[in-house]
Design a protein around this ligand. Structure first.
Ligand code: DSN
Length: 425
């Protein structure tokens, strides 16, 4: 689509909504403008293509299709079956897995399905601690995973702030878990899935790798794949994969039946067929050479942005990044992550506060901010823009006055508008 067609497409969508619901139409228009005019640096966010968006906003939202292609509990599924089969075969091709279930509505439900397929309530699981980069669904006490299972968290090393694989081995030997969960939400380094699988298997555990953040890199071979080593691999589809908001699970052939039963009827009812159609579109996009180039640029941009921030005096967790994300450690005496998120927000830069390893602040406050390059790279930004963005972040974080943030915001908007999104001028 060229710029003119994009503008017409998005205006049409908003006009269609405006005729029945002007309030939601206004919110949609404002969100489109917010996305266009600001710098989106939340590491888990991205901008989908018009094709993905169109598939999501399609007639397949109307269809009930409990079950799986060729074996549904409702009639009239012949075309949604086509969508799900395409999503499955493309995902299998993308990741080289034996089996995939593309129905999970989210990453949380993908993970829940694996727990249901492998564990009983009260079983022991090991997961990376939330403050050390893990995820709520990897065993946090407030999450179903922490409430249902006996969870033993593992940590990063205090010196390198990278996963302490030897301590993990000791925990596995001591606790004999049913499942070791690996993968992370806020971890900037390569994860050695092969080593974790070896640790798990030596203590009789299964392994689930949650690659929600790094799926794009795994798909194009720019991060080692867990698929040959781990029994289960879960992901979301909307982060680096740049598809619709949703989840999926890959597994070895021997677990296919148990997994499919865990997703439906175990965890979910009717699948979101419009989202599954959009997943198929995103996977087709991810199988093309331009997507590979995109991921290479995401990584290059992350390295550049991280290096520039370090040059400006900011301390980065683990001393750098191998991935699409980085974490600034603001320090126990510095401004909190919450305050940093607010300051950057006033300057038109969207990030999220985050805990850092061994944080003394609570998660809602945190001592860090997480920054990622997938969304700005989708807009076409490169190393020159990363250098400018590092300067904006530095100025916004060090300022204490509204006028200073407003000045940065003007510059942020000028940069953002030079890389228009979704047909905006
Ligand atoms: N909320 C996601 C993230 O930002 O990493 C994980 O669920």
């Amino acid at each position: 689509m060229n710029q003119h067609e994009r503008t017409a497409f998005f205006n049409f969508l908003e006009t269609a909504v405006r005729q029945t619901d002007p309030e939601i139409a206004a919110a949609l228009g404002n969100e489109r403008r917010r996305e266009n005019d600001g710098l989106e640096l939340i590491a888990s966010e991205n901008f989908v293509s018009p094709a993905v968006l169109a598939a999501m906003g399609s007639v397949m939202t109307n269809k009930y299709a409990e079950g799986y292609p060729g074996k549904r509990y409702y009639g009239g599924c012949e075309f949604v079956d086509v969508a799900e089969e395409l999503a499955r075969s493309r995902a299998t091709q993308l990741f080289g897995c034996d089996h995939v279930n593309v129905q999970p509505h989210s990453g949380a439900q993908a993970n829940m399905s694996v727990y249901l397929a492998t564990c009983q309530p009260g079983d022991t699981i090991l997961g990376l601690d939330l403050a050390h980069g893990g995820h709520l669904t990897h065993g946090h006490p407030l999450n179903y995973s922490g409430k249902t299972f006996k969870v033993v968290p593992y940590l990063v090393r205090p010196d390198t702030e990278t996963i302490d694989y030897e301590a993990l081995r000791e925990l596995a030997r001591t606790h004999r878990p049913k499942l070791i969960v690996c993968g992370a939400s806020a971890y900037p380094r390569i994860i050695d899935f092969e080593r974790i699988a070896e640790i798990a298997h030596e203590s009789g555990a299964l392994v689930m790798a949650d690659i929600a953040h790094i799926a794009g890199m795994v798909a194009v071979g720019m991060h080692p794949s867990p698929v040959p080593h781990c029994e289960f691999v879960t992901t979301t589809t909307h982060k680096t994969l740049r598809g619709p908001r949703g989840g999926m699970v890959m597994c070895r052939a021997e677990f296919a039946e148990a997994l499919d039963k865990a997703v439906f009827p175990g965890v979910q009812g009717g699948p979101l067929m419009h989202v599954i159609a959009a997943k198929a579109v995103a996977f087709a996009e991810a199988l093309t050479p331009p997507y590979r180039d995109y991921i290479a640029k995401v990584l290059e941009n992350a390295k550049t942005l991280c290096g520039e921030l370090q040059g400006l005096g900011w301390r980065m967790v683990s001393g750098g990044t191998d991935t699409h994300l980085m974490l600034i450690n603001l320090g126990a005496d510095g401004i909190s992550g919450k305050k940093a998120e607010e300051r950057l927000g006033r300057a038109g830069i969207t990030v999220n506060k985050n805990t850092v390893p061994f944080d003394t602040r609570k998660p809602y406050i945190g001592s860090g901010v997480r920054i990622g390059t997938p969304a700005v790279t989708t807009r076409g930004m490169g190393p020159a823009e990363m250098k400018a963005i590092a300067g904006f972040i530095d100025r916004a974080l060090r300022s204490e006055e509204e006028a200073a943030w407003a000045k940065v915001k003007t510059e942020v908007e000028a940069l953002a508008r030079a890389f228009p999104l979704y047909g905006q001028a």
